[in-house]
Design a protein around this ligand. Structure first.
Ligand SMILES: [Zn+2]
Length: 415
């Protein structure tokens, strides 16, 4: 798939990555009154130093599950460059399995950082912790940030950046402002055509990188309402939200439709609609890659599933990885920031591979731990880790986000 524009977005297997531009965003986190620790007035400092406890009814020694926290708690390593985890929901959706309190996000981060330790030979990403426990902040976005209006690619109100990552950064950066933090956002809402998205400096500067739990593929949405009896549907640009070649069967809300032709942004269906459909209603082809939500999280903090690999992957892009100077930098139409399979040491199993072949990192069944994982971190040091060829490519080994960091380690470009 070819996408035009500027932030890197990444989906299942070969889904493309997209650069995009920031834009204005009129909304505000008006009901998010809790300050981050950086901005907390002195009289609140004591209150937010308490780390969340284990939820009632859970074993008191559970290392993952914690009560919900809505602020960035006091840091174990104040001032250090570190990754802070946010769990973000749109205004009109409440997860039945909240990933912050049930431990999924802490297990996932722990598992992927253990993989990184194994591959680097020691260093890992420095995560923001509260007395040793990964600090996960829950954010409920206010109206008007509904699931549909935040969905990637929409031009629905609120007007603003066209991509979900930029929409989230425009909003969340009003509250989460630490200049030394990279915010890893687990967004539990709808996105089109991808399970994640990232900044990619120096092209796209940003402190927020995302995993889109509700991402779906081969799907679009109505940009005009459709009456019962209609046989034409006006949808978001199918070149941006790719659909299969017509004819194909699809679902539109609770209805099944047979799409006969796709012409620009108008779909013609074989039979009149049984019911009316509103702007924003989702149309998804019957045959499509697995929804992001079907991917599992690490069950034990060691096992590695899709979300673990994509978590590390989406933390690399905002550091400027993969740099265009890398030897195996994937050319267009692959979105910038990835490796082609020409790397003889890893190919499709490199953490930063993207292309037409399935990504070789996730396996079925899942790798039980880092040692059992096929996923590689630039093993021949040609591209982004301990780069040995003098190309000048941005090198993870020199990043201030590594723990421990080298002397003279560097922040991402533009930070
Ligand atoms: Zn990517």
């Amino acid at each position: 798939m070819i996408r035009v524009a500027a932030a890197v977005v990444c989906g299942w297997a070969a889904a493309a990555c997209t650069p995009n531009q920031n834009g204005d965003d009129a909304g505000g986190l008006a009901d998010m009154s809790a300050p981050s620790d950086e901005s907390a007035p002195a009289d609140q400092a004591t209150a937010i130093q308490v780390c969340p406890g284990v939820p009632a009814g859970q074993p008191t020694n559970d290392p993952w599950q914690r009560e919900r926290s809505t602020v960035d708690l006091v840091d174990d390593v104040p001032g250090a460059f570190q990754v802070h985890v946010l769990y973000v929901e749109p205004s009109d959706r409440t997860a039945t399995t909240p990933l912050d309190t049930n431990g999924s996000l802490r297990r996932s981060v722990t598992a992927f950082n253990a993989w990184l330790v194994d591959r680097t030979g020691g260093p890992k990403l420095r995560f923001d912790t509260c007395k040793g426990t990964i600090d996960v902040t829950y954010v409920k976005l206010p109206s008007p940030f509904t699931e549909r209006e935040l969905a990637d690619g929409t031009t629905l109100s609120p007007n603003g950046p066209p991509f979900v990552r930029e929409r989230l950064e425009a909003e969340l950066s009003k509250t989460f402002t630490d200049p030394n933090k990279l915010y890893l956002v687990y967004y539990d809402g709808l996105a089109f055509g991808r399970c994640g998205g990232a900044a990619y400096p120096p092209t796209v500067h940003g402190h927020f990188t995302g995993q889109y739990i509700g991402g779906i593929f081969a799907a679009t949405f109505l940009t005009a309402s459709a009456s019962a009896g209609a046989q034409q549907l006006v949808v978001a640009d199918p070149t941006q939200l790719p659909l299969p070649a017509a004819p194909f069967s699809a679902t539109l809300g609770s209805e099944t439709v047979s799409v006969q032709t796709v012409q620009n942004n108008v779909l013609t269906i074989a039979a009149p609609l049984a019911t009316s459909h509103a702007v924003g209603d989702v149309l998804q082809a019957a045959t499509h890659p697995p929804d992001c939500r079907s991917n599992a999280f690490s069950v034990d903090g060691a096992q590695l599933n899709y979300w673990e690999y994509s978590g590390v992957h989406e933390c690399m892009h905002p550091l400027g990885i993969v740099d265009a100077r890398a030897q195996d930098f994937a050319p267009a139409p692959v979105a910038p920031g990835h490796l082609s399979a020409s790397n003889p040491g890893a190919g499709v199993a490199d953490l930063m591979y993207q292309g037409t072949s399935p990504w070789g990192c996730p396996t079925f069944p899942s790798a039980a731990n880092a040692a059992a994982s096929p996923c590689e971190l630039d093993p021949l040091h040609r591209n982004y880790f301990m780069v040995a060829n003098g190309s000048g490519a941005i090198d993870l080994a020199n990043s201030v986000f590594l723990d421990p960091s080298r002397a003279g380690a560097l922040p991402p470009p533009g930070w």
